[in-house]
Write a protein that binds this ligand. Structure first.
Ligand SMILES: Nc1ncnc2c1ncn2[C@@H]1O[C@H](COP(=O)(O)OP(=O)(O)OP(=O)(O)O)[C@@H](O)[C@H]1O
Ligand SMILES: [Mg+2]
Length: 379
């Protein structure tokens, strides 16, 4: 079985192509990138998923050796050498693949020798980042539940005495001398800041959300206008929308909050970096047929609506990446670290998923959301 499979693969770009077309069709249909290298690391075959993964067509790939596509010191090249030497199937996880057109992190690679083709190596690549994002989301849901309790306590126990403190400071303001007035204003302003913080925390409550069909482009347009008339006045916002998108079943105000937080973070990253960065790109799209497996269960999520917010700022600091969506994680001197925690909570409440790709000069947050009628999206 395995031998004839190998011969079929080789024949796809080999001289006897057409003799065993079934194998090519089979491999093309696989959603997992599969690449076959000959003994000199020349690409002999790449299936459809691999073409997309590597960003080149099979005809273009066939003109390349692997070292044209990935850095010469890549751990993938070491793995291939070990496969050739040991003639065993070798796997490696969490690889970073960098090259002129390739920037992928968290890739699982399996390399296998082909017994009848000395030196040939069959690579199966898997992008684990979507699965990991989902994993984090599921962890986040339980973390969010403990935050929920905390938010309720804060709302009850802090807000009332706080308004007392604020009122007392306001009363004092009219009776104290000029020198002390500064202090009463400080008390009032700080009380307002705590109140704003508590208000933001309240969204963590378990209140069911009201949902209706929402046109995501209207939401984006609203967010863009808010941003350009305020915190992102100096930043160019580029839009790349798929106008045929069906509506999302969601809460308009909360979706605005999600996108506003993402655009605000992008603007803050750009501002902190200064020139030459300075562009935010908002993208929407419809992903046909992509289903995400939920780790540890048989569940498959179909979240065809994609909304992405990209910036060309310095990227997310390495040290906070593992806990990026947790509350109170921030690298900003006056940041509360609640923005992304709220984003993750709202996206989870909508039955969606958020993932992030970040490197210097390119940070992208991608929301995957369900649509109301899949048929409306042309599935
Ligand atoms: N587009 C981005 N580029 C670079 N870093 C980012 C980006 N988005 C988020 N971050 C990092 O993630 C951290 C957490 O973001 P989050 O929105 O949760 O909190 P914050 O922006 O610091 O504070 P808040 O949103 O509550 O005002 C940020 O402090 C920043 O370090
Ligand atoms: Mg923020």
């Amino acid at each position: 079985m395995r031998r004839s499979f190998a011969r079929g693969v080789l024949s796809v770009v080999g001289r006897d192509s057409g003799r065993q077309p079934d194998h090519a069709a089979l491999l093309s249909a696989l959603p997992v990138p599969v690449v076959l290298l000959d003994a000199t690391n020349r690409v002999r075959y790449a299936n459809h998923a691999a073409e997309q993964f590597l960003g080149l067509s099979l005809a273009q790939l066939a003109q390349h050796v692997l070292t044209d596509l990935i850095a010469a010191d890549s751990p993938l090249l070491r793995l291939i050498e070990v496969v050739r030497e040991s003639e065993l199937t070798i796997s490696d996880h969490d690889l970073t693949l960098e090259g002129p057109r390739l920037h992928k992190q968290g890739i699982t690679v399996q390399g296998s020798p082909l017994p009848e083709e000395p030196g040939a190596v069959l690579l199966v690549l898997q992008d684990a980042s979507a699965a990991r994002a989902l994993d984090r989301q599921l962890t986040f849901r339980s973390a969010a539940r403990s935050v929920t309790g905390m938010a309720a306590i804060l709302a009850h126990e802090v807000k009332n005495p706080l308004s007392g403190i604020r009122g007392a400071a306001q009363l004092l303001e009219s009776s104290v001398g000029e020198g002390d007035r500064e202090l009463t204003v400080l008390i009032r302003d700080e009380a307002d800041r705590i109140r704003a913080l508590v208000d933001r925390m309240e969204i963590f409550g378990e209140k069911p959300i009201e949902r209706q069909p929402v046109n995501i482009h209207r939401v984006l347009e609203h967010v863009r206008r808010l941003a350009q008339s305020g915190f992102a006045a100096h930043i160019r916002i580029h839009e790349s929308y798929d106008p045929s998108l069906p509506p999302v079943l969601g809460n308009r105000d909360q979706l605005i909050q999600v996108l506003l937080n993402l655009v605000k973070n992008a603007a803050e990253a750009i501002t902190a970096a200064g020139p030459p960065s300075g562009e935010i790109t908002l993208t929407t799209g419809f992903q046909h047929g992509v289903r995400l497996a939920v780790p540890g269960s048989d569940q498959r999520l179909h979240l065809p609506l994609l909304v992405a917010v990209r910036d060309d700022g310095p990227g997310i600091p390495e040290d906070i990446r593992p806990n990026l969506f947790d509350p109170f994680v921030s690298s900003k001197p006056s940041g509360s670290g609640l923005g992304l925690a709220l984003v993750a909570k709202i996206v989870a409440d909508h039955g969606g998923l958020i993932e992030v790709d970040s490197r210097p000069g390119r940070t992208e947050f991608r929301l995957h959301l369900p649509v109301i009628h899949e048929d409306a999206g042309g599935l």
